[in-house]
Design a protein around this ligand. Structure first.
Ligand code: IMP
Ligand code: MG
Length: 176
């Protein structure tokens, strides 16, 4: 853990926030079925926690969107992959990511899924680096706003490391 600078959100803080977000989503979609689309790999942990707190009929799909690799700055190309077709026409769909930065990943996925005529298409993120946004998109559910610092843990990586940390931490600038 040599590269960890400090803990920004501990386990309890994350749990409380996930619970709060899940309550809002459960209320807003009451009586409806919801399709969660988990944006791999970073949103695997958040999705697993969030879905277990929803008091709705939920199904879950997974897409892989990669833009970063081992670097901490966003590259322009976002590659979206998923195994088989995801049928979302006429359904209520919520894209799930742990963090939004420039918004390019979400923008790309919004365009892809909007074309398939869902009943509604919205997004939830745990962390929002608002200052870095370049894409013009609406995030319906957001947990914490954070400054422009690279963070790891709770599913998020740096060069595939640290996804397993139960807390969210800032990396030392020297490690980025
Ligand atoms: P965007 O397309 O610039 O919004 O970047 C979103 C994606 O970049 C997220 O799905 C994460 O995989 C990754 N990402 C952005 N910021 C961080 C960070 O601070 N730590 C780890 N991954 C990040
Ligand atoms: Mg990454």
């Amino acid at each position: 853990m040599d590269d960890i600078q400090d803990i920004l959100f501990d386990e309890q803080t994350i749990t409380d926030k996930v619970r709060e977000i899940a309550a809002r989503i459960s209320e807003n979609y009451a009586g409806k079925e919801l399709v969660l689309i988990c944006i791999l790999k970073g949103a695997a942990v958040f999705t697993a926690d969030l879905m277990r707190r929803l008091t709705l009929r939920v199904s879950v799909e997974f897409v892989q969107a990669a833009s970063y690799g081992a670097s901490t700055t966003s590259s322009k190309n976002i590659v979206v992959e998923h195994g088989g077709e995801i049928d979302i026409s006429g359904k209520h769909v919520l894209l799930v990511d742990t963090i939004i930065d420039t918004g390019k990943t979400m923008d790309c996925l919004f365009k892809k899924f909007e074309a398939q005529n869902p009943a509604t298409l919205k997004a939830v993120v745990l962390l929002d680096k608002k200052a870095r946004r370049t894409a013009d998109i609406m995030i319906s559910y957001s947990g914490f706003e954070i400054p422009d610092t690279f963070v790891v843990g709770y599913g998020m990586d740096h060069g595939e490391k640290y996804r397993n940390l139960p807390y969210i931490a800032a990396l030392k600038p020297a490690a980025q």
